[in-house]
Design a protein around this ligand. Structure first.
Ligand code: ZN
Ligand code: ZN
Length: 139
């Protein structure tokens, strides 16, 4: 398995890891680049960040997600626990769901045909603030 392969912790990789570990939201490669110390930015190219992220992804250290609709790819550090988000289509705010909704799905009757080992779920809609704006526009 690729996860068994040793990942070398270069200075650059450590930086990117630190940024991801402390980020409150999933970040794009560009946002990670912008968070690098200014004196470091000179030594990096955005393509370096992409390469580092690809290596992290290969070792399952990050979770990668793509925005529905546009092609924005974001990365978040994989802390082992899984989380689901409700995502606002307007302002891209992400609200973490308290519980995993998968447990509530009536899947049991399919259990003989299929065993779930993993899942991905995101809810899309509008946050409270954006919803207000939408309603104001309609009146
Ligand atoms: Zn919003
Ligand atoms: Zn879940």
């Amino acid at each position: 398995m690729t996860t068994e392969k040793e990942l070398k912790w270069t200075k650059q990789r450590k930086h990117v890891r630190e940024i991801l570990e402390t980020a409150e939201m999933p970040l794009t490669a560009g946002q990670i680049f912008a968070k690098l110390p200014t004196e470091e930015q000179e030594h990096y190219a955005l393509s370096t960040i992409y390469r580092i992220l690809a290596a992290f992804e290969e070792h399952q250290l990050v979770n990668k997600s793509t925005w529905m609709g546009d092609q924005t790819v974001t990365y978040e550090w994989n802390f082992g626990e899984h989380k689901h988000f409700a995502v606002c289509l307007d302002c891209h705010k992400r609200i973490a769901l308290e519980h995993c909704p998968i447990a509530l799905l009536p899947f049991r009757k399919h259990a003989e045909e299929f065993t779930i080992t993993d899942h991905k779920l995101e809810l899309y809609g509008y946050c409270k603030d954006c919803n207000k704006l939408h309603q104001a526009e309609e009146h």
